[in-house]
Design a protein. Structure first.
Length: 494
């Protein structure tokens, strides 16, 4: 067994770290392991004193990107003794604890062998009363709006989707405009030249309350109220198959009030196609207001780029077959569905399987593992994954309407279709009737379809699908959207 941990403390400064010290024998490994990231500590020894020291930086790099602060969450402390099996958590001889500390880019606490990491929020504001005070401060703040854009994607869980594509084009067309990005913590990488503002901080409230233009792809939160001169561009995040908002099964008066209240905050709605425009306008009571049918900026790269760089980043060879499994979330569970054994699928299909959970399963879930399996739920840009994949496997996710812009094969694994269609959400059209690829109910049927299906069987359906849903996905949607923003005076580009 390794010697007991005799002390633990946080190093502060530009690169905060957790430091553990103990007596010999020396552990062979010390790891902080979380659901979406882990840190290997550097273990050193002092032979004269008979002690060891483990230094674990509270930063991590994923997908070849920069080292960033650890995502908020819990990290089990794993200590592997010399010649033995690792022990975890309180069993890792981790009697030492470190009280909650603000470490600049994050805050952290060690207790009973578990490191809890949170965003860098001043405790004075990390409460209902603190947030109420900030809301009052910035709701009543005098002065006009700033020539700036406030971006938020999936409630700040990442910087992605249509807001990211619009950001990139705005940076090109109007480089002097300030671009703020709402993030849940500083583990979220923001685009070059942008300013990260952590959700709920004074900087976040100020940026959201004064930016002239807000570009979001989901609901606004924390009782947002537009100030005079502010414009909200709601890009949404997918063409809908499943019923939304006012169209969801069962009438709920509280939901109806919330939907109408939310949509009144928006000035402009972006739609991928006329089908989406019709549905979103009714589902969100967004009537007699501007809807821009310009295609999806997030899909521009699907016609202008290739997946070579993403494959290289993920360690996938150029000749390997890549299957992307990307199911949607379920209203009755927090984690991703378990309808696929990704390792078995990879072996049976002689392929690398990329597992992409919905953004709502990012925090509660845990990375899938196995031979030739790569969990890419935390990968920052879905479009790059679509480029890297040879085929898509999904169920009811709107990713089907994006991937079809590539023309590559799609497969639909829907074991719970009756439950989902009849009880959870309902559909706007009959998926099995119009799907541009095989619709299957089991993993065995999926493997057979991947092996035996001739894509020409679905050529007519695929062509009709693309004509209906992808006519404006031509690689220039971001250009058109940003041109409208500038031409209509929503921002001053100079």
């Amino acid at each position: 067994m390794s010697g007991p941990i005799v002390s633990a403390y946080f190093e502060t400064g530009d690169e905060p770290a957790l430091v553990l010290t103990g007596q010999k024998p020396v552990p062979t490994a010390v790891v902080l392991r979380g659901p979406r990231a882990h840190v290997d500590a550097e273990v050193t020894t002092d032979e004269d004193a008979g002690t060891w020291r483990a230094h674990a930086p509270l930063r991590a790099s994923r997908w070849g990107g920069p080292e960033l602060p650890l995502p908020a969450g819990e990290y089990a402390l794993e200590v592997t003794p010399d010649g033995g099996e690792s022990s975890t958590g309180a069993g890792a001889e981790a009697a030492a604890s470190v009280p909650l500390a603000q470490l600049g880019t994050l805050r952290a606490e060690l207790a009973e062998g578990v490191l809890t990491v949170g965003p860098p929020m001043d405790p004075a504001y990390d409460s209902g009363e603190g947030q109420d005070a900030l809301e009052r401060r910035y709701a009543t703040r005098p002065g006009g709006v700033e020539n700036a854009v406030f971006f938020e994607s999936f409630y700040g869980r990442n910087a992605s989707c249509n807001p990211l594509a619009i950001d990139r084009e705005l940076a090109r067309r109007a480089p002097h405009v300030t671009r703020y990005w709402s993030v849940i913590d500083l583990s979220v990488q923001v685009p070059e030249g942008a300013v990260a503002v952590v959700d709920g901080t004074p900087e976040w409230w100020r940026a959201r309350g004064t930016a002239r233009l807000l570009v979001v792809n989901d609901w606004l939160r924390r009782r947002f109220s537009r100030r005079t001169g502010q414009i909200v561009l709601q890009t949404w995040h997918g063409t809908p198959l499943k019923r939304l908002a006012l169209h969801r099964p069962g009438f709920d008066p509280r939901r109806a009030v919330a939907v109408v209240k939310e949509s009144r905050r928006w000035n402009v709605l972006l739609a991928q196609n006329p089908y989406s425009a019709r549905i979103l306008s009714k589902a969100y009571a967004f009537l007699r207001r501007p809807i821009w049918i310009e295609g999806y900026p997030r899909n521009d790269v699907l016609t202008t780029g290739d997946g070579a760089a993403t494959r290289a980043t993920l360690g996938i060879g150029p000749d390997e077959r890549v299957l992307l499994y990307a199911p949607t979330w379920r209203d009755d569970r927090t984690e991703m569905v378990d309808f696929v054994d990704p390792a078995a699928l990879a072996a049976a299909s002689d392929a690398v399987v990329l597992v992409r959970g919905h953004s709502r399963t990012l925090q509660p879930g845990r990375d899938a593992e196995g031979p030739r399996v790569i969990d890419v739920t935390g990968f920052p840009d879905t479009a790059q994954l679509l480029l890297a994949a040879d085929a898509l496997i999904t169920d009811y996710s709107s990713v089907m309407f994006d991937f079809s812009a590539t023309g590559k094969p799609m497969y639909f694994l829907v074991p719970d279709i009756e439950h989902y269609r009849g009880e959870l959400r309902g559909f706007y059209f009959d998926l099995p009737r119009y799907a541009p690829g095989p619709v299957v109910r089991t993993q065995d049927d999926l493997i057979a379809a991947l092996r035996d299906t001739d894509p020409s069987e679905f050529a007519a359906r695929y062509a009709a699908w693309r004509a209906k849903f992808n006519a404006r996905d031509d690689g220039r949607a971001a250009e058109r959207v940003v041109a409208r923003i500038i031409d209509q005076g929503l921002l001053d580009p100079s």
